[in-house]
Design a protein around this ligand. Sequence first.
Ligand code: ADP
Length: 188
Amino acid sequence: MRVVFMGPPGAGKGTQAALLAAELGVPHISTGDIFRANVAEGTALGKEAQRYMDAGEYVPDTVTNAMVRDRLTHDDCRPGFLLDGYPRTVEQVAELDAMLRSAGHALDVVVELTVEIDEVVGRLVKRAAEQGRTDDSEDVIRRRLEVYAEQTAPLLTTYSDRGLLVQVDGMGGVEDVTSRLLAVVVVD
Ligand code: ADP
C-alpha cells in the first residue's frame, strides 16, 4: 500500500501517520522527522535544512527530492510506504510520480486530514511550549500556514482530480480521528 498523508501544520499528521503506517505494515516516512534527525546529528543536510525550517520555509526541492528518492530505495519500502509531509510542492509531486513510475508503482490513496485553522494555531502554540521546536514560535507558525496554503493546498486538487483523495476530519480526540482514518483507509 502506497499512501500520501497531507494536512496543514498542526493537523496531527505525525501522530496519525505513525498509527496508520503501523496498521498497514509499511514504514512511516516523515520528511520533517528526517530533517530534524539530521539537524540533531549536525549532518551537512541538517545544517542546510535548519535555516529554512527555522524560518518556516520549505527546504529546497532538490534537497528534499534527493532525500526521499534515497529513502524509497530502502528494502523496507518494498511492501509500500506512508509518506508524511511529502510531496509539498508541485515539483515534488512530479518527482514522486517519476520515482513511482520508474519502479512500476502507483499511489493507492492520498489522505487529507482536515482541521479548523484556529484549532491548528492553538495546537502548535501548545506544542512549542511542550517540545521546544524552534519552528513553533507564533511568527513562524503563521508563515508555515501561509506557505502551506500557497504551495501545498493546491496539490489537493491535483490528487482529487486523479481520484486519489480521501478527506478525514482531524478534529477531536486522537482516538476518534484514528478510528475515522482506519475506517476509510484500511477497509478501502
Ligand atoms: P509540520 O507539518 O508541522 O509543518 P513537519 O515536521 O512535517 O512539520 O516539517 C517541518 C519542516 O520541515 C517544514 O516546515 C519544512 O521546513 C521542512 N520540510 C518537511 N517536509 C518538507 C518537504 N516535503 N519539502 C520541503 N520542506 C519540508
